[in-house]
Design a protein around this ligand. Structure first.
Ligand SMILES: C[S@@+](CC[C@H](N)C(=O)[O-])C[C@H]1O[C@@H](n2cnc3c(N)ncnc32)[C@H](O)[C@@H]1O
Length: 257
């Protein structure tokens, strides 16, 4: 990312507007909603292929390492999509806890309803339709790049968490541009995955989804900006675990007082 782009994004969005897809910041949310609505039916298929089948296992593992275990807890999964994080949470909690999913795309929520028996609500991360201090855990999988503003999103997460509650954000992060890990990631996400998507049942729409995925990863603000914004929003001890050079797990806690 160029220094000027980093400055633009620092205003609050996770990446600058991507004119290749929409004209300016004001159109970002409408573009994202329409893109996920149109590709919802093919999302699980293409992400299974993209992660070579490891996505469910990895989400479950990350939730366990964050401290999720059987018990009387409420987990709120923001940007639930087709329910991949929420299903992993259900697997861990069984009947002992409660999972609620929220997403802006009705298309993704309809897909989630096909496989997930939990409360599913339409809403946005930046203004969650939930009461203060209602959740023990808040999770967000691979959607931070799509919100309009990091600080208002994090303030909402803090508001809905109970004191002592935990936030887990899973994301893909591009390694430094001069590394082999960056070149491999770029080749895979920019060239291989969109071509695989094009050949699948979703055709050109799914290809656009995957191209957009890479462009947002490539243009996203640095992890340090995310950590700093979490701290400024009131979270204590925000930290980032990195898995296989590209998977970021941001974990933070709501202070007890
Ligand atoms: C890449 S999918 C991730 C779905 C799921 N969390 C997973 O791990 O597979 C991104 C999801 O974020 C949702 N989304 C994007 N912006 C959002 C926002 N501001 N608030 C709530 N959901 C949002 C999209 O509709 C989409 O379902």
């Amino acid at each position: 990312m160029s220094p000027s782009r980093e400055r633009e994004s620092a205003a609050g969005a996770p990446h600058p507007p991507l004119e290749k897809y929409y004209p300016g910041e004001a159109q970002r949310r409408a573009f994202v909603t329409a893109l996920f609505d149109r590709t919802a039916r093919h999302y699980d298929g293409i992400t299974r292929l993209m992660s070579l089948g490891s996505g469910s296992w990895y989400r479950r593992d990350a939730l366990r390492r964050m401290g999720l275990a059987r018990g009387n807890v409420h987990l709120l999964d923001v940007a639930v999509g087709t329910g991949q994080v929420a299903r992993a949470a259900r697997d861990i909690l069984g009947e002992t806890g409660r999972v609620t999913g929220v997403d802006l795309s009705m298309g993704m929520l309809s897909e989630a309803r096909r496989h997930l028996a939990c409360a599913l609500v339409q809403g946005v991360a930046e203004k969650l339709p939930f009461a203060d201090a209602c959740a023990d855990f808040v999770t967000m999988g691979y959607a931070l790049r799509h919100v309009t503003d990091l600080a208002s999103t994090f303030r909402e997460y803090l508001r809905v968490l109970k004191p002592g509650g935990t936030l887990l954000i899973l994301e893909m992060t591009r390694p430094p541009a001069d590394t082999a890990a960056y070149r491999i990631m770029r080749f895979y996400l920019e060239s291989v995955v969109p071509r695989m998507a094009r050949l699948g049942p979703g055709g050109a729409e799914t290809r656009t989804l995957m191209e957009y995925c890479w462009d947002t990863v490539n243009e996203c603000v640095a992890p340090a900006t995310i950590i700093e914004t979490l701290a400024e929003s009131g979270f204590s001890a925000p930290r980032r675990n990195v898995v296989l050079h590209v998977f970021s797990e941001y974990v933070a806690t709501k202070p007890r007082d």
